[in-house]
Design a protein around this ligand. Structure first.
Ligand SMILES: Cc1cc2nc3c(=O)[nH]c(=O)nc-3n(C[C@H](O)[C@H](O)[C@H](O)COP(=O)(O)OP(=O)(O)OC[C@H]3O[C@@H](n4cnc5c(N)ncnc54)[C@H](O)[C@@H]3O)c2cc1C
Length: 383
């Protein structure tokens, strides 16, 4: 098929997930002409399927934590400008077992020297921050003030609208990018020339640059998720809530010498949680529903069929420790993100002026804006 015409841009972006949107925002804010190409009618990937947690606390101390904090700063800026709802309520890792207390306390003691702003809370102090957890057996919680919650559905729809209205960013939905080469991007009908091209295709490793991913060690992670019906008007979760299981999931807590015995106990007592990589976290949406998850199943081929027993394990755990008006489940789904055993994200430069950016752990909502700023810095595009 012949190419109908060529158009020009400063920055072209493949993918309207959060990584594509973050790059679009930073480029447009600095006065560049920007277009985003999304093959679906709206982004339907990980960016609309997640908890909406902007969660610096999970990041290891040093560069990644700093990047997460910077990302959070830009998030706050864009959320305010776009008038999109968010909660700046921090996070709790709640402990009901002594080994969970040990990790939480050790982390809070090391926090200052590692650069985190955290504190260990007594049960009463914990209950003063949230009404959502069971007081019986509560031993305390690790509190961090830096976490935000956004509503992924509102972000994925609201940010394109804001970027179009405020900065004239062009969005081409239902438009698959078929080929990208140095300074040129091809869709079925058009050829676009751009100084910088950002490929933010999420877990699609096949379409544009399969050669980048072939030997990268990348795989996929499938997560099962649920959402409750709305909680009664006026009821608030407050901080996002995670439990002791979560300590074993985020690299930040590997700084704790007490972590291994917690991991061993969980594997011994509840091998089914270990088998499915289950830990339980809860966030609140703008419509007052609770998002509850999740499990972690790794492999390039994603099982399209969800397991009710995995959802039951998650929900049983949540029911044991949550005290919320209703845990009636309204929606269940799974999401998929790219995963790598060591690297939190991958960046490739397959051609001049082209960057492929794939977040390879469950941190894209947290890191997207920080990474976008970093990418443009590396490319010499002031943003
Ligand atoms: C269940 C779940 C919970 C999570 N919770 C959190 C959380 O609370 N906090 C956090 O920080 N992170 C979380 N994550 C991780 C986070 O959601 C992801 O890291 C992030 O959304 C990845 O964003 P992305 O833009 O790279 O990918 P995606 O959201 O997958 O977007 C990529 C887009 O590119 C489009 N695309 C691909 N190829 C082409 C092409 N050739 N042409 C046109 N369009 C194309 C796709 O259609 C897609 O819309 C979670 C992930 C999951 C799955």
């Amino acid at each position: 098929m012949g190419v109908a015409n060529t158009k020009k841009l400063d920055v072209a972006i493949v993918g309207a997930g959060i990584v594509g949107l973050a790059h679009a925002y930073l480029a447009a804010r600095s006065g560049r002409s920007v277009a985003v190409f999304e093959r679906n009618p709206a982004a339907l990937g990980a960016s609309i399927r997640n908890f909406g947690m902007v969660r610096p606390i999970g990041q290891p101390a040093g560069g990644l934590y700093e990047l997460a904090l910077r990302s959070r700063e830009i998030w706050l800026d864009v959320l305010e400008q776009a008038n999109l709802p968010y909660m700046q309520a921090g996070s709790l890792h709640v402990a009901y077992r002594e080994d969970e207390v040990a990790v939480g306390k050790e982390f809070s003691e090391k926090a200052d020297s590692l650069g985190y702003e955290c504190a260990w809370l007594t049960p009463d102090q914990t209950l003063a921050r949230t009404q959502a957890i069971r007081p019986q057996g509560l031993l305390g919680a690790l509190w961090s003030s830096k976490e935000l919650t956004v509503d992924p559905r509102q972000i994925v729809r609201g940010l394109p609208k804001f970027l179009t209205e405020r900065y004239g960013v062009q969005f081409f939905f239902n438009t698959t990018v078929q080929r990208v080469e140095s300074s040129v991007l091809h869709t079925v009908e058009q050829r676009w020339e751009a100084d910088a091209i950002i490929v933010a295709g999420g877990d699609d490793f096949q379409t544009l640059f399969p050669e980048c991913f072939r030997d990268s060690g990348v795989t996929r992670c499938k997560l099962q998720m649920m959402r409750t019906v709305p909680q009664p008007q006026g009821w608030q979760l407050g901080p996002t809530v995670a439990f002791g299981l979560t300590f074993r999931h985020y690299p930040a807590f590997q700084a704790c010498s007490t972590l291994q015995s917690l991991k061993d106990r969980i594997a011994r007592e509840t091998p089914e949680l270990e088998r499915w990589g289950i830990h339980v976290m809860v966030s609140q949406t703008a419509l007052n529903e609770l998002t509850i998850g999740d499990s972690h199943e790794y492999g390039l081929t994603v099982n399209i069929f969800d397991s009710p027993s995995v959802n039951r394990l998650i929900l049983d755990y949540a029911k044991a420790y949550l005290r919320v008006p209703t845990l009636q489940i309204a929606e269940q789904w799974h999401g998929v993100y790219a995963a790598h055993p060591e690297k939190p994200y991958l960046k490739f430069t397959p051609a001049n002026g082209v960057r492929v950016i794939t977040i390879t752990s469950g941190i894209g909502m947290t890191m997207a804006f920080g990474l976008a700023e970093q990418t443009f810095g590396e490319m010499g595009v002031a943003a």
